[in-house]
Design a binder for this molecule. Structure first.
Ligand SMILES: Nc1ncnc2c1ncn2[C@@H]1O[C@H](COP(=O)(O)OP(=O)(O)OP(=O)(O)O)[C@@H](O)[C@H]1O
Ligand SMILES: [Mg+2]
Length: 216
């Protein structure tokens, strides 16, 4: 099985060498835990593959700023059409899967990030319909040969997804947490699931510094 490096120091060895190719990984975390940075790092810290970042929160200008803040040379990647940022309006989700698939094909993307994937369930009332949307997304990912990081927001402690179904649909689940520690909080990373892989079950510390995210 071919595996893709996450670009996060210390993480690949926790998941058997990297994310299995053509799988989708849910990245759950509370606000500020580094979900967007993680997604960008997955696309930027590699030299060969093409990537698409579909974001609902930050626009292209902001995403470029974040990357530049970490010293990632995205100008070169964008100029050579190896990286595309796409801002999507969460309130205008018509044709979402068609737009996504067209963009994946145009870029020739083998790496995909959707940040946050929970946005695609915003207008869906029925929980089985939400699950169907995520299953459809997973099909688009696999049909196009992509390996994907799909972020989701944790709103309450103990809950790892927005709709309670994402963790069952996607192939892997990585959780980013803030844990109170006297006068500050500690950042913790956990691999909850990685289908087809032997993975760490530890609760590891991680940092976000000027070089990006790194597991301690
Ligand atoms: N250039 C930088 N150098 C060091 N740390 C940074 C830098 N830029 C961002 N950070 C850290 O990353 C955090 C933000 O990470 P990020 O935006 O990825 O979080 P998030 O989980 O996506 O949050 P949200 O749920 O609000 O979207 C900041 O609070 C800060 O701690
Ligand atoms: Mg974010």
């Amino acid at each position: 099985m071919n595996r893709l490096s996450t670009g996060i120091d210390g993480l690949d060895s926790m998941i058997g060498g990297g994310i299995p190719e053509r799988t989708s990984v849910l990245l759950s975390g509370a606000c500020g835990t580094g979900k967007t940075v993680f997604g960008l790092q997955f696309l930027c810290k590699q030299e060969t593959e093409k990537g698409l970042f579909l974001g609902f929160n930050e626009d292209e200008v902001k995403l470029r700023e974040i990357c530049n803040g970490f010293g990632w040379d995205i100008k070169k990647m964008e100029e050579s059409s190896r990286l595309r940022f796409l801002k999507y309006d969460m309130f205008g989700l018509q044709d979402f899967f068609e737009v996504l698939e067209n963009n994946i094909r145009e870029v020739g993307a083998s790496r995909l990030v959707i940040d946050p994937v929970s946005s695609i369930g915003v207008h869906v009332q029925d929980s089985s319909e939400v699950r169907r949307s995520f299953v459809e997304l997973d099909k688009v990912i696999k049909r196009n040969g992509c390996t994907a990081i799909l972020t989701t927001e944790i709103e309450k402690p103990g809950v790892i997804s927005r709709y309670g179904v994402e963790e069952f649909v996607f192939d892997g689940v990585i959780v980013l947490q803030n844990e109170a520690d006297k006068n500050n909080y500690k950042r913790k990373i956990i691999v909850m699931k990685m289908r087809g892989s032997e993975h760490s079950t530890g609760i590891h510390d991680y940092n976000i510094t000027k070089g990006g995210i790194a597991v301690v």
